[in-house]
Ligand binder design. Sequence first.
Ligand code: BGC
Ligand code: CA
Length: 293
Amino acid sequence: MAQEARCVWQARAVLGEGPLWSPRQDAVYFVDIRGSRILRHGLSDGSQAGWDLDDAACWLVESADGDGFIAGLRSRRVVRLRLEPGRAVVAGEIARIEPDKPGNRLNDGKADRDGRLWVGSMDDAEEAPAGSFYRIDTDGAVTPVDEGYTVANGPALAPDGRTIYHTDSAARTIYAFDIGADGSLSGKRVHIRFTEADGYPDGMTCDAEGGLWVCHWDGGRVSRFRPDGTLDRAIALPVSRVTSCVFAGPDLDRLFITTAAHGRPDEPLAGSLFECDPGVRGLPPGQFGSPLR
Ligand code: BGC
Ligand code: CA
């Protein structure tokens, strides 16, 4: 592994996750699921800010109408969230997922270029395959598209918007699906399997060439896999619990990586935000509510 990532913010996130680049603000936001915080790293001025939440956010996407964020909460609600100076305000509910499964929480979620959301749930205890994968349409309608996940993770969309990758971390397996014109999924197949030595596949994102960047929880690295699923290269981190990554910056040529301090008291940089030069450009982030064309 020739390349290493550098620490840009020693944020000590308990479970840093869900990094998002905001083109409007040129800032990287990420969540601390177990620390119930949202954190913001401004790229143009290097500023850092944080918000405490009562109900932890598990992921964030921007709203296409410019009115703040859409967040998936630990309580399995999808809400509109406004981040005001010093306080986070829940400004309306978009969807409610699994009201009958109090042992579950939401985990990772993304918006696609048609403005829809793809969201996974999981057993908060990480023991039972009680999690599912959902599509949430722009009108808030929730449709289950797959089930049986112990730790649903890292939806990532391919550049053509017709393939989606989704992971069961506990099963060390990344799946690929075809997305139909109506948003239905078909053709579920194993795309990549991790070995024990690789750790667990966690958050993912696709670059503009179709490469899939996968974070290794308990594997201390981010790997890029070619579209055929073969390993291209890896970037090392000085911490073991690497959770998710996102392309950022006006040219989408910077890769930011979140990590977790949870269970790793001996790693001084665990829970930090890292950056590396990926040598390839990413795809613009999706936004909830209207097509990116
Ligand atoms: C989840 C954690 C889990 C980890 C590795 C993360 O996305 O939020 O709870 O331990 O993946 O499986
Ligand atoms: Ca994750």
